[in-house]
Write a protein that binds this ligand. Structure first.
Ligand SMILES: Cc1ncc(COP(=O)(O)O)c(C=O)c1O
Length: 449
């Protein structure tokens, strides 16, 4: 354990911190970060890496949201075979590899319990591209509707995408608007008539809040009533480990807005559920009704095409001319194996939930609290992320203070949350680090009574 190397100049009057305060403060100043509460993931990562190097003390890195597990083998094998068979030479079909479309449609039926035709399941280079192309399509569908609404907290890059596109957005923190309060809050935006799309992730990055079926029903009903499109980001598909969502074609299914409206797009990513982030692969599944719908403003701009074909043959074509051919073979194989019950993907990623449970237990024992702690009547699930706060500390104070203890995490404020606290990601935690965290948080608690 490297805590013993701690400086004796950590805190005046307190016990030595594992990393000298001056090292962290010096690096933050050197990088020109004025407000640590607003530091980006990459900045936090860089400070942690440099502080680790300078101090020789291992950091417990919890800022990055990238998978820490090996890629699903069934995907890797299929992709290698596709490459060996010579797929790399040809452009992929802009609508997607037919087998992937078919398996995506099956996957949606098997694990979400809804019917979407293969035609509406379109591969994208990660959900990242999926949201970019969806924002373009939704924001151009009707001239009167020029604003995207985020049910926050959320994934900051999506707002950056809108900044790049010059599209307006509104946002509210769902923390105070769970359950019955959600309807009134949503309507306060929708009544203005300018919302083209509603976006949220479920389970949620960063809070791991999972909207309930009744909340999704509210969103769906209002989407129909106010004619707005729901972009349901399922990057953490089936990772609410409180439920066993892993048995194909059998309930319980992944909760979804798709049961309550026809105005929806589901964004399913290969990155987290299949640990396939490096290949940039996912699918956007557009409801049959929305896919075929003609929006006058889209038709006028794009030769009379319906929504779904504008999405694929205009937006995706203009962005990247489709999605890496071999990665589509990988995703097709993973979807097929999951639907056939040969590959229980949930079993491979469940370890994130075990890590969250252990980490939360340590933090809670040392005076921390979980910020987004409930889904109405039950505690949030243990999964890829969770959120912590400490007494009256602001996000910025807590993030900076924890750096002196070799713990790095990002502030909730960067995710559209109005709560004071940090997002903790479990993906890089190694087994020996629980003892490290225990030891360091014991000192933290003593130093911050
Ligand atoms: C909520 C959310 N949406 C989308 C993504 C990006 O997914 P992809 O890797 O498929 O682009 C992430 C990745 O962290 C995410 O957290």
């Amino acid at each position: 354990m490297q805590v013993e190397q701690a400086s004796s100049v950590g805190r005046t009057g307190g016990e030595a911190t594992p990393i000298k305060k001056e090292i962290v403060d010096g690096l933050i100043a050197q990088m020109g970060i004025q407000d640590f509460a607003k530091a980006t993931i990459r900045e936090v990562k860089q400070v942690a890496a440099m502080a680790e190097k300078e101090s020789g003390v291992e950091f417990i890195k919890m800022e990055m949201g990238i998978p820490g597990l090996p890629a699903a083998e069934v995907g890797v094998r299929a992709q290698i075979k596709a490459l060996e068979d010579g797929i790399a030479h040809s452009y992929p079909d802009i609508q997607g590899y037919p087998e992937l479309k078919k398996q995506a449609s099956r996957f949606v039926k098997a694990f979400i319990g809804v019917d979407i035709a293969a035609e509406g399941c379109v591969p994208v280079t990660g959900s990242m591209q999926g949201t970019f192309a969806s924002f373009l399509t939704c924001s151009q569908a009707s001239r009167a509707k020029d604003t995207v609404l985020f049910i926050d907290p959320g994934f900051p890059v999506q707002k950056m995408q809108l900044q790049v596109q010059g599209v307006n957005y509104e946002t509210f923190d769902v923390y105070d608007f769970r359950g019955a309060k959600l309807r009134g809050k949503l309507e306060s935006y929708l009544q203005k008539g300018n919302i083209c799309a509603i976006v949220y992730s479920n389970p949620n990055n960063p809070s791991w809040v999972c909207l309930t079926e009744s909340e999704l029903q509210t969103i769906g009903e209002l989407a129909t009533q106010y004619d707005t499109i729901v972009m349901e980001d399922l990057a953490y598909f089936a990772m609410d480990f409180r439920e066993d969502l892993s048995v194909p074609f059998q309930p319980p299914y992944q909760p979804t807005v798709a049961r309550y409206t026809d105005n929806y797009m589901l964004l399913i990513s290969g990155s987290k559920a299949f640990s396939y982030a490096g290949e940039r692969i996912g699918v956007v599944c557009i409801s049959d009704t929305l896919f075929h719908r003609h929006f006058p403003d889209l038709s006028a701009r794009y030769e009379g095409l319906p929504f779904g074909l504008v999405f694929s043959t205009r937006m995706l074509y203009a962005l990247s001319s489709g999605t890496s051919h071999s990665a589509q073979y990988a995703l097709a194989a993973m979807f097929r194996a999951a639907c056939d019950g040969e590959y229980i993907f949930r079993d491979e990623v469940k370890v994130y939930g075990d890590r969250a449970r252990k980490l939360k237990e340590i933090f809670l024992r040392h005076g921390f609290h979980v910020v987004y702690d409930r889904d109405l009547d039950r505690p949030v699930a243990d999964g890829f992320y969770f959120t912590i706060g400490y007494k009256q500390m602001t996000s910025g104070q807590l993030a900076r203070e924890l750096m002196y203890y070799g713990v790095s995490a990002i502030c909730l404020i960067t995710t559209g949350s109005h709560q004071e606290g940090l997002r903790v990601c479990t993906s890089f935690i190694e087994d020996h680090q629980y003892a490290q965290l225990e030891e360091r948080m014991a000192i933290f608690e003593k130093n911050n009574p």
